[in-house]
Design a protein around this ligand. Sequence first.
Ligand code: ADP
Ligand code: SF4
Ligand code: MG
Length: 344
Amino acid sequence: MENIRENVIIEVKDLSIDFKVERGILRACDHTSFDIYRNETIAIIGESGSGKSTLCSGILNMVNVPGKVSSGSVTYYSEYQHAKVDILKMKPQQETEFRWKEISTVFQAAQNALNPVLKIKEHFYETILTHEPDAKQTDMDEKIKKVLGYVRLDTAVMEYYPHHLSGGMKQRVLIALSLVLDPKVIILDEPTTALDVVTQYYILQLLSNIQKGFKITMVFLTHDIAVVSNIADRIAVMYGGEIVEYGRTEDVLGNPSHPYTKGLVDAIPTLHDDVTQRKAIHGTPPDLTRNFAYCKFKDRCPVYKEGKCEASYEKTRKMYKTGEGRYSRCYTWAEKMAEQVRDI
Ligand SMILES: Nc1ncnc2c1ncn2[C@@H]1O[C@H](COP(=O)(O)OP(=O)(O)O)[C@@H](O)[C@H]1O
Ligand code: SF4
Ligand SMILES: [Mg+2]
């Protein structure tokens, strides 16, 4: 039996993904390491361009030209096979079997990718038949009705074409589709972006119920920290292609251990919001084609501006423990937190 790590279902280790662009090499995912635990909901948050979708494509071994994995590994620990799968080295046949059945995805803005000339049920048939070519029509219909039920859609939608559905309904169809082969892990890339607030809330509730009801592992990618607070067990924060902080949701939101996370938390609108007091993070994301000489967050960091950190790039090359199960890339903040613990 091979090295089973009970709690970990996916282990991302030192993953780097580069894009060849006119200006040079753009490193969208920079030596990223983290674990995803079985049956948890983990949210990966970060502003647009921070590398969330690229990381997702790496986890699925779906990095396309001009992108290239330049370092690292992604390991999947299968519960039933009692073996580990090196995702980045899978053969094409193994990949077809793996995708949807073990890890499935709802890609960013995938509503637009539904085929306009296919009925909704035909999208499901395609997916099922790719994996089970001998599946019977009646069995498939039963299965489709079941997963549509999970997302509270009437079975009548099976006969509809995509243009008959609202944005929120299309997104629910895609979530149902991702569940049709009973995957162990589902990755959702910005599943509520571009939906109105009420629909967002409804979909988050559905996802939360599905995760709890089916003991599925859910990876939730979003730029909107406010939407994850009620759904995620853990949060990983991305900035400039790196995870800069991770830990349990209540710890990360309640007591951030990186100035970028603090900035995100301070910008969350609240019920009694005074808009004049809400502080957006000033500045722009770093140019990822640069060779960095300083901490990537330096130009936007209030701690650096106050002269309390020299922003050493070298020191941000690793993560520092800032509490139980939580880590930060900000060495200055980590030192401050360690001092507070020593003072208690
Ligand atoms: N196909 C591509 N070609 C060139 N650069 C890309 C490509 N896809 C993503 N990038 C770059 O990689 C970085 C991360 O992008 P992305 O992973 O889409 O971030 P996010 O999902 O967090 O918005 C950005 O700087 C983006 O411009
Ligand atoms: S290492 Fe320094 S510059 Fe970078 S985020 Fe921390 S305090 Fe700011
Ligand atoms: Mg994205």
